[in-house]
Structure formats: C-alpha cells, structure tokens
Design a protein around this ligand. Sequence first.
Ligand code: NFS
Length: 656
Amino acid sequence: MAEARPVSVDEATLEAYEKAKADGVETVFDRAARIKPCPIGAAGSCCKNCGMGPCRVPAPKNREETPEEKAKRTGVCGATAETIAARNFARMVAAGASAHSDHARGVALTFLEAAKGKLKDFTVKDEQKLYQLAMDLDIEIEDKETQQVAIEVGKKCVAEFGKQEGEGLFIKRAPLKRQEIWRNLDIVPRGVDREIVEMMHRTHIGVDQDYENILMHAARTSLADGWGGSMISTELQDVMFGTPEPVAGKVNLGILKKDEVNIIIHGHEPLLPEMMVIASQEPEMLKYAESKGAKGINLGGLCCSANEVLMRHGIPVAGNFLQQELAITTGAVELMTVDVQCQMESLYQVSTCYHTKLITTDRRAKIEGAQHIQFDEENGLQVARDILKMAIDNFAKRDQSKVVIPDQTQEMVVGFSHETINYLLGGMFRASYRPLNDNIINGRIRGVAGVVGCNNARVQHNANFLAMIKELIKNDVIVLTTGCSSMAAGEAGLMTPEAALEFAGDGLRSVCEAVGIPPVLHMGSCVDNSRILMAATAMVKDGGLGDDISDLPAAGAAPEWMSEKAISIGEYFVASGVYTVFSATWPTTNSKAVTDYLFEKYEDSLKGMWGFEADPVKAAQMMIAHIDKKRKELGIDKARERILYDMEKRRELDAA
Ligand code: NFS
C-alpha cells in the first residue's frame, strides 16, 4: 500500500498527532480514515425530510437520460434530484445562518442589558463606533447621553432578528446598485428568524418544489445572515469590546507553556472569553497560580473564540479547527472551555486521557461527560474567576512526564478591521480606501480575495489554504482572511510584513512595504466576514472601481470548508455579487441543473456565482481569471500590463 499522506502540512500538528497516537488517543484524523462519507449524501441527493424515506436518488447517467430513467430518479413523494439537492443546500444555508445569528442574538441581548446598566462587567468601549452605528440605524443622536444612544441601538438590533416585514436595517449600507438588484429580485431580507423559518417550511415535504425558487430564498436567507445577524454581532462586539487595531500575536500549539497554568478558550461567542482575559490578568489570580507552583497563567484560544481575543488583546492562538484535540494531547492543558459551535464531541473522551477539565458554558451546547458551568452575564467576571481557579487548582494534577509541547509558534500581525484598513491606508485624518483603490487601478494590486472558512478532515490540514493563498499573493492579489483560514496563514508565517518580501508579487510587495502590512490580512472571526462586505462596499463607494460589489476585481474562497456556516457565508458573498470558489467537496453534484444554477445562472440575477475546484492552485487561478475579467470590464487591464512590462524592461536593463 502506498504511504498515506501526512495529515497536515504543519509540523507542530504532525508532532502532536504522533504523540496522540503514541498515547493511544483517537483523533479526528483517525476517524476520517475509518469513516467513509456516504457517496449519495455527499452528492446532495439523499432526502430524509419525511418518514417515507430516506430516499437515495442515484447519480445521473453520464449521457442524456430517457424519460423512464429520469422518472426513476425521484423520492417516494416524487421529489426530483433537483428538488432534493436544492433543499439540502438551502437547509445548510439556513443552519449556518442560524448559528451565526443565534450567536448574534446572545450578543445583542447582552448589549441591551449592559446598556441599561444591568450588567456591571460589560460597557461601551468604542463610543465612536456606537455613534456610527446609531446613525446607520437612523437613530437621532441630538444631545442624548451615550447610555441612551446605546439603549436605542440595542433595542433596534434586538428587534432586527424577528422583523416580520420591511427591510433589514443594514441593507442600506450596501452600494445602491446592489440594493436595487436585491429589490428587483424580491430578496431583500427581513428578520433572520423569519427567513430561516420560511426556509425550513419551504424545504418540508410537499412545499417548494421548484429548485430555482428554493435557491432564491436561500440567497435571501443568507443575506439575512451576512447583512443581518453576522453584521449585528461584529458591530456590537466592537462597541462593547473595542474595534480591533493592529496588534502582534502568536499562533500554534507551541504557545502552550510548560511551567504555567494553560487554559484554552474554544468556541465562538466572545462574552466569556473577554471576562477570562480580564480575570487572568488580576494580581490575585496570578498570586493564586504562583501559590500552586505555576509561573503564571497562560490563556490561549481555539477556533473563532481565539480570533476574537487575538484581534482585540493579542491573546495567543493554539490552533484552528483540526488542532482542537491535539491541544489537549500535549498533556499541558489544565482546562478548556467551550461555548457554541465547532467544538468536537470527542473532546471529552480525549480529555479523560489527561488531567484536562472540559467545561461547557452555554446551555445550548452541552457535552455528555463534560462539566457544565453556565455563563451568567450578570456575574460574568465572577464566573470567569471561578473557572480560572478550577484551572489553577488542576495544575498540580498535571503529569509532567506526559507533557510534550511542540515548540513551533509563529509571530503575526493581526487586527485588520475594516476601520483599521481605512486608517492605515488613508491616515488618521483622511481615512479612506482611496489608496487601495488607486493601487488596484494602477495595477500594483491586481485584486482582492477573501479566503475564509474551516479545516476539513478530508483534506490535508492547512494544505489547501497555503497553496491557494501563496498562488494569490504571488500574483499580486491581496488576501483577506477570517476564521480558521487565518490560523492556517498565521502558522505558515504569511501574516508578517516580511512575508510580502518572500511570497508576494512585485506590485503587491511594493504596496505592503510602503504601508508596512502583511500580504494576508486577518480580519477576525467568521461572523466578521461582515467586515469584508463593509470593506468591499467602501471600495465601491470610494469610486473608480464600478458601482457595485460585482464590479470589483475581487473573489472569495473557502478551500477547506466543512461547516454549514461556511455555506451560508459563501451564499451571502455570492448574493452580494462575489464570485466564490470552494474546494474540498461540493454538496450538489448529483444534480447538474442545481449545480449549473449555482455556478452559472446565479450570475444572471445576482451578478455573483459559486465555483468549485478541488485543486487549490487551480481554484486560485479561476479567481485570478475572474479578477482579470473584472479589470478588463473596468478598463484598467492596460495599467497592469504596463506595470508588468515596465518591470520586465527594468530586469532587462539590470541584466544588461
Ligand atoms: Ni467558521 Fe469559526 Fe473554523 Fe469553520 Fe468553525 S471555527 S465560525 S465554522 S471550523 S472557520
């Protein structure tokens, strides 16, 4: 048998994986090797939406089918492969949108209570952003007190979720042309709750049986996420905890410390993590840790909780989705908290092989076996202190002979919120996207790519991210990242200004050098993909690059996606006019009509469309080809040719 490929391209991950195996611990990599995906389900044509099924519709023939053959390809109720694939896809959008938006709801409810002065540990940190937000929400500021403005903002945001009629309030932030496209298609989202319920209704047996109709509502549902739920959570989190600014950080399993109490915060909502950051820096806590023989308290993050506290406080990141079990198998983690989303159920089993305590903190997400400590906003800081104490008390139980921490960590510069990009490029007093637009127009920057999303155990860990991102920056495409993509880029050293020298094309490198930024910009967690929407809109509004997001030389990608949230994100990028390419796997392949609709026909109406390509370098080239097409349509392709010609000329001269 051929030697299996290593499970990751990251050294620290490989080292920790070897240790897990030596310790007899089963991880996601082992399960992925053992469990094969169901081929019919993976292709999107297994319908289990009623009690007559599940109906598995076979793959179509590789030729024109006879009517009899076609007729056989239905479920018991008569649903066609098209309807089934569209339903499954649309339900993924609904589930992903609900995950982001239920997170957002928690944040909005907390924000409102805090604004009313009922939560002593939560305050308004970024007043400027609060006022900006208030204006966007049509709240009259006049001479109101900050607290009053915050209460009104909180109320309006909370009301957005269940809005039955009318347009979501953040829709107005989009370019006018984009709003018009949505209105003409009748897909301007109302409240995200309504769109998701309607999606679940339409995909129930016997309801919407027109795949185009289903997929249009999928677009609307996703917009209620990107320009609704996700945007609300990013905005309110920034107001409460501060808008990210550039800060140095570290990433990879090597951030764990042999002589300190290691606590990992994993999950997505930043409420408890923010409290943990404060508590971990309190002198009494440090003293308590010392009294138990530890040299200090070391907080580290996993998944999007990590991104939140990294972006705002420079808290180090232990890893991305596929590294979560491995953090525990180092034997050095006293305690891990999880709240909601992307936390593997296997964590508990893994934790029992070491001294690690696994603590669930959200009533919506418990794990059998794990201890539950409910996070309570009214007592936020105290809950954090209690958890920290548990971790410190557990330090003595650590078996140092079982501890092996891979010594890789990587430095990175993060914190590129949409506002920061504005300041960095335009300066404090003239904040604007003008310099970015100018550099795109003059061709130094060829285009912009959002590379986001998860790891997927069916793909070599981080491999697709790195291949795709390197191909893009080599070709002068600046890359914006969020979620687990950011950690992949960070672990490979792509988030330092120096990375531009090594990996970027001449044009992009010259811009990165002039501004002092990395060629890959970390914009935050997955709900912060809304920052990318805002950045794209700011580029349109600054002028010179068309009048809609779909005119920009830009593309999106999730080369290692796996979660339903990634499908919702991809769908709202597409519905906002972005060409979005996924790798790893594609969930509608058993229906050519549905796949064609998503990959081609969407472009006619939404001006954005999906793409799929398993090879990440080829996928990057598809994105670059799209960027070049847009440059041509804008009439700025010549500028770039001139620049390239100039460089070639210069080299010729140098050689002479
Ligand atoms: Ni996004 Fe963040 Fe990671 Fe994927 Fe999960 S952590 S919300 S879903 S796995 S990128």
